[in-house]
Design a protein around this ligand. Structure first.
Ligand SMILES: Cc1cc2nc3c(=O)[nH]c(=O)nc-3n(C[C@H](O)[C@H](O)[C@H](O)COP(=O)(O)OP(=O)(O)OC[C@H]3O[C@@H](n4cnc5c(N)ncnc54)[C@H](O)[C@@H]3O)c2cc1C
Length: 650
């Protein structure tokens, strides 16, 4: 690794030259660095906008799940069976699903070796449980903070190896030589002067592991501080795919935490409050039958993601009613654990559907208030909010229908390389999933993808395009960003209000309920703001430039996501997964005839992946067939011969 100073435009810029740079200190980024090091690529470094930032380190849930091949007792499982289940998520490439299955055991055991304490029985077996879209009990967990523990163990290993981490650097532009990536330009968040403002990395290989595009929505359960950098990749011409496919669910907004599991099973009161503090229980008004209402709340405990298939007669009607109060009516929605719904001292447990009634009876929890039931059944769930400054005994908990995970993302091949040569994407920023995915498979995909691209880089280190006049090449990028920063710096500061404005527009138009008739005008707003960025955005200090760049990143990403949704609906796509597309000819949820109608997708696009590429002044896009699931396996002698030649990495 070589550090030098180059003079470009009229400022000095630090330049770091190395074999590979990894962007992101989440579970995927750290693992990629470790694996590169394992495979002999030593001249590497990690860049991060904040070493303690990101979703892996700062998020969790009731029982945060890791999905791997079943390793317990005589449960029948195999790479092919797991690949098939991942592929069944629809709109998934078969080769990627196969790799995620084939490397699942290796990736999981690597984490165990690093000290992540996944539970074993007395014989040392990693026992599992079933999660959503999982037919074979492949899930495991170390508790509410699985991804945090993974990140910490991976980080310790990275530090032990002495791999250099450049902190407080936010990537703002990839440097390309033709269609090949040869480095990245960063904004130095700690800069005191223009000479310190930018840092350049000139790398043979670049891996983006910046997590999901959390900053494009206002209603989100991604941890505060996590934003993502998909817009930067799109600007470089990296293809997006399946951008339509998200996972939304009910979550508290402060702190950001999924209100799944016991939080729902104790049957809290749902309250909607207007700006004058007037409140009402909107579920009571909607449901004529208290037993049906309470049973659906209960079910939300284990049917967490919003699923358009469960709206008309299932539990997702609860999510929809929350969304209507919050986003459509502009009211605030709370869970109140201090009183029972319907103003009752005692709930009519006999009116609950069997499953809910039996569960509460078995738990001896048919008494008192939701709070009393919560403290009795799951005290740690109550303590969790207390530890984050919210005492459910004294206050209500604000909730919303929030974005939690992007199943789509940057387009990758079976080695997690993007369409820009020598630029790889792994972790949530890479879109390896489709419409549905088994719970916990995001963390598996992050570990597998980061391993796969490290394997590929180790065998294909040469980058012809790297032998170029890099200093001349990056001149344009530096002067472009010097102009941007000089133009937006001044006395005023509107970054926070603009960020909020555009995020709320996304909630309204392109969240879980999407109104295709609004796509054009919203798209115009996002793209207009991106193009006129220096005219409309103002920031009043150098130390806040990073927030302006986040907004810039979000605007382009928001535009791309909206355009992807537009392409999907123009191609005839209808409601699927966690998103409803309103349609006049569809069915309205009961008592919502005046609100919207929708039609479920007929599955005809299940084997299509929608792709979209930013072209500088517009976009190109369309649907292509999924790559089919490979046969897998092979005749040992033949595989071995090939392996001896090239390790089968090609
Ligand atoms: C509430 C919640 C619950 C979840 N539960 C589960 C679960 O049970 N099972 C499961 O499999 N998945 C779950 N997920 C998803 C999973 O946690 C994430 O997909 C995963 O942690 C993402 O890891 P990552 O390494 O890709 O990115 P992250 O952990 O988000 O790391 C991204 C890194 O990139 C850096 N970065 C970002 N932008 C820039 C930039 N411009 N410049 C430089 N650095 C940058 C950040 O600082 C950070 O270090 C959950 C997510 C949420 C929000």
């Amino acid at each position: 690794m070589k550090e030098s100073i180059i003079k470009t435009s009229d400022i000095a810029v630090k330049k770091v030259t190395l074999d590979a740079v990894i962007i992101g200190t989440g579970a995927a980024g750290y693992n990629c660095a470790l694996r590169l090091n394992d495979y002999g690529v030593d001249d590497i470094a990690i860049i991060t906008e904040g070493v303690n930032m990101g979703t892996s380190r700062n998020t969790g849930s009731d029982k945060q799940t890791y999905y791997k091949m079943n390793l317990c007792a005589d449960y029948p499982d195999s790479p092919k069976a797991m690949a098939q289940d991942l592929f069944n998520g629809k709109c998934v490439d078969g080769d990627i699903a196969y790799a995620e299955a084939a490397l699942s055991v290796m990736s999981f055991l690597h984490l165990c070796e690093l000290g992540v304490e996944f539970p074993v029985n007395r014989y040392g077996e990693y026992v599992g449980y079933k999660t959503d879209h999982d037919p074979r009990a492949r899930a495991t967990s170390v508790g509410p903070l699985t991804s945090k523990m993974m990140t910490e163990c991976l980080e310790n290993a990275v530090k032990k190896r002495g791999i250099k981490i450049y902190d407080k650097l936010q990537i703002i532009e990839f440097i390309k030589n033709g269609d090949t990536c040869v480095g990245v330009l960063c904004l130095n968040k700690a800069a005191q002067s223009e000479d310190e403002r930018f840092v350049l990395f000139n790398s043979k290989n670049t891996v983006i592991a910046t997590g999901g595009p959390a900053g494009i929505y206002s209603n989100t359960v991604y941890p505060i501080g996590h934003h993502g950098a998909s817009g930067v990749a799109f600007e470089a011409g990296v293809k997006g795919r399946n951008l339509t496919e998200w996972q939304y669910g009910l979550a508290s907004t402060a702190p950001r935490w999924n209100v799944s599991g016991t939080y729902m099973q104790v049957l809290p009161r749902f309250v909607s409050v207007d700006e004058n503090g007037n409140e009402y229980e909107f579920l009571n008004e909607y449901f004529d039958d208290i037993g049906v209402c309470l049973s659906k709340i209960f079910k939300k405990g284990y049917e967490w993601p919003f699923d358009c298939k469960k709206v008309l007669s299932g539990s997702s009607i609860i999510d929809l009613l929350v969304f209507r109060e919050n986003v459509m009516k502009g009211r605030r929605v709370y869970l109140d654990f201090r009183k029972n719904p319907y103003g009752l001292d005692e709930l009519p447990y006999d009116k609950l559907e069997n499953e809910a009634r039996e569960y509460l009876e078995n738990a001896h929890a048919c008494f008192g208030t939701p709070l009393a039931r919560l403290q009795f059944m799951n005290m740690p769930a109550y303590d969790l909010y207390l530890s984050k400054g919210v005492d459910l005994e004294k206050e209500r908990l604000e909730i919303a229908l929030c974005a939690q995970h992007n199943n789509g993302g940057l387009d990758i091949d079976m080695w997690w390389q993007t369409n820009i040569a020598h630029l790889f994407a792994c972790g949530e920023v890479a879109g390896s999933h489709g419409v549905y995915r088994p719970g916990g498979s995001a963390l598996n995909a992050g570990q597998v993808g980061s391993t796969r691209c490290a394997q590929y880089i180790s065998k294909h280190q040469d980058n012809d395009a790297f032998d170029c006049d890099f200093d001349a090449l990056c001149k344009n990028a530096v002067s472009k960003h010097l102009d941007i920063t000089r133009s937006i710096l001044g006395n005023e500061d509107n970054v926070a209000s603009l960020t909020d404005k555009y995020q709320k527009l996304m909630d309204k138009v392109a969240g879980p309920i999407r109104d295709a008739s609004s796509f054009d005008s919203a798209s115009g707003e996002f793209f207009g703001a991106f193009k006129d960025f220096t005219k409309i955005v103002k920031v009043n200090s150098q130390s806040r430039l990073w927030l302006a760049y986040r907004l810039r990143d979000a605007l382009l990403a928001e535009w791309m996501y909206i355009e992807a949704m537009k392409c999907y609906t123009v191609a005839g796509g209808k409601s699927r997964g966690s998103a409803i597309y309103t349609s006049e000819n569809g069915t309205a949820p009961e008592k919502m005839e005046d609100v919207f109608r929708f039609e479920l997708d007929d599955g005809s696009l299940n084997d299509r992946i929608f792709e979209i590429t930013y072209t500088g002044d517009g976009y190109g896009g369309g649907a292509r067939p999924v790559r089919e699931l490979p046969e897998g396996g092979g005749f040992f002698e033949n595989i071995w011969r090939e392996y001896r030649e090239n390790k089968n990495i090609y």
